[in-house]
Design a binder for this molecule. Sequence first.
Ligand SMILES: Cc1cc2nc3c(=O)[nH]c(=O)nc-3n(C[C@H](O)[C@H](O)[C@H](O)COP(=O)(O)O)c2cc1C
Length: 308
Amino acid sequence: MENMDLGIKLGKLRLNTPIVCASGTFGYGDELKDLVDFKNIGAVIAKTITLSPRKGNPEPRIYETQCGVMNAVGLQNPGLKAFIKEKLPLMRKLTTKRIVSVGGFSNQEYKRIVRRLDEEKGLDAFEINLSCPNIQLKKLISQNAPATYQLTKSLRKLTKKPLFIKITPEVNDVAEIAKAVQDGGADAVSLVNTYFAMAINIETQKPYLGNGYGGYSGPAIKPLSLYRVWKVAKAVKIPIIGGGGIENSCDAIEFILAGATAISLGTVNLIDPDASKDVLKGIKAYMKRKNIKSIKNLRGGLIEPKMG
Ligand SMILES: Cc1cc2nc3c(=O)[nH]c(=O)nc-3n(C[C@H](O)[C@H](O)[C@H](O)COP(=O)(O)O)c2cc1C
């Protein structure tokens, strides 16, 4: 099937493939340009930036478990000014779509960053990170539906660029939060960010992570994340950027069958930055085998069991 259609749309943003590289696991894209074939990647989501530079959390910031990775990077980034001066010119050279990830410690900070970056050329969309687990906030914005709605709505007024909101899986009802994102006017909802987690060294009796706890990602979180994407797909009409623990094409197809429009690769990039190549190859082979010409026809293709 030569004329297979793998293109997807997130709002008005068209991606050539459904694969996006998740924030924080792919730098600003440019660092990996010699290792990666960008034609397999629909978009790169840059590391979250904040208004002021951040050094991040005390070391160690990464702790590996048998089937996942805990991180407590703490949004280390050069801040808005240096991002515009040093990183954005590199991102503009990428031969795929470029999404900037925005973090903040108040609604005002989010608004200032979006207002400023909206003026810049070469950014295709915003992903608003309302879900970083390791920055010592009492509560994440995306743990509160009215707060999520309010901030989404006010950011929507500031930009015509595609606006995606990244939410936490750490809530009772993730569909309620996704609905707040949709009602606030976002073009897509992105899930999942990492899960709160910790590990203790029993000899020192101290946590392994310098921050005490962190965010868990990788294969261990896949079933949990797939369930949340499936729940959200039933609740909203806007596209979903779905992921959490995707390692290969079978994982990716599961997320698409559950209703994701785009699928995000995170932790797997730390092992193989060119993971998108095999993931895309596997999706194509599956579509060929199932005689599916357009990825649209795969989306939400889960056959639900009949409830008794
Ligand atoms: C080392 C590391 C740093 C991360 N930094 C960010 C970040 O800056 N902003 C963000 O939205 N998500 C960040 N994430 C979360 C990932 O983007 C992704 O949502 C999460 O890891 C789940 O997907 P995965 O299991 O495929 O990694 C980070 C994840 C890791 C492992």
